[in-house]
Design a protein. Structure first.
Length: 278
């Protein structure tokens, strides 16, 4: 089951160090990021009212546009204006709203913008920049059910920087163990760590990691698919064929990689129907 880490709201003072590249002298700048609980409540009420219209309807867009004109500093309104556009694959239209939300409240929305760039827009280099900024602001935190390290791993995986991806998936797993214990390791962390090793030709290590993922999700078709490939690569043809058949059966039974947003976007390395000849 997916887990959710919540960030605390309130008045947060964040000190950032800026480095002068010319004289190498450090300059300190104190940025005060404030969450106005009254304004936040108003924005929540406005968004709730907007759901009387269809999520992607013109009526809801006009409603939110009107609310933004009256309340131009409420970050949540911009995020809500952006989100349906991304779900319609209109990322270019949604990005300015996300950028505004992140500028108004970076503690809350910068990591969300990085997530959208990673999963929806596939702008991996930009997502890496934003996640690194979010790490500076929030520390080792979470967005959309996963650690920042998890998404950094996905970005580097998609940029074919497999060794770096492996490091970040290992960091994500270590963060879960440190904070909540081994029982909170996410099976998708393990799947992608296994895939990073597969891409690095570390087939035996990948098989071992895939086995760990299958202990958490015994009918995980995506994991079994990649494990079958690894078994074939080390000359275990019979085991590979059996594992592939299991993967196909699980896939047919809809035991697939699941994320909340996988109904909108295909996640990296997510197995396709055609790969099983279906």
């Amino acid at each position: 089951m997916l887990y959710l880490k919540k960030k605390y709201c309130g008045f947060i003072v964040i000190c950032l160090l800026f480095f002068n590249c010319n004289n190498k002298e450090q300059q300190k700048s104190e940025i005060e990021v404030k969450v106005d609980f009254k304004s936040d409540s108003i924005a929540t009420a406005i968004v709730k009212e907007s759901y009387q219209f269809g999520l992607n309807s013109e009526a809801r867009r006009k409603f939110l546009d009107s609310a933004i004109i009256k309340n131009p500093n409420m970050a949540y309104l911009y995020q809500q204006r952006a989100m349906p556009l991304y779900k319609e694959n209109k990322d270019e239209l949604g990005l300015p709203y996300l950028e505004k939300a992140a500028a108004l409240n970076p503690v809350k929305w910068l990591d969300y913008m990085a997530f959208m760039k990673c999963i929806f827009s596939k702008n991996y280099k930009d997502a890496i920049v934003d996640f690194n900024k979010a790490l500076e602001l929030n520390g080792e935190s979470y967005v959309m059910d996963h650690s920042y390290y998890f998404y950094l791993g996905l970005c580097y995986l998609q940029l074919n920087e497999f060794e770096t991806a492996k490091v970040f998936f290992e960091k994500s797993i270590a963060q879960s163990v440190k904070e909540d214990g081994e029982e909170w390791i996410h099976f998708n962390d393990l799947m992608y760590l296994g895939i990073a090793n597969y891409e690095l030709n570390n087939y035996k290590e990948a098989i071992k990691i895939f086995d760990e993922a299958l202990l958490l999700q015994p009918k995980f078709s995506d994991v079994k698919f990649y494990q079958a490939i690894c078994l074939a690569r080390i000359g275990e043809g019979d085991k590979a064929e059996l594992k592939f058949k299991e993967a196909k059966e699980d896939f047919i039974n809809d035991d697939i990689m699941y994320e909340d947003n996988s109904i909108y976007e295909r996640y990296p390395y997510q197995v396709r129907k055609s790969w099983f000849g279906l």
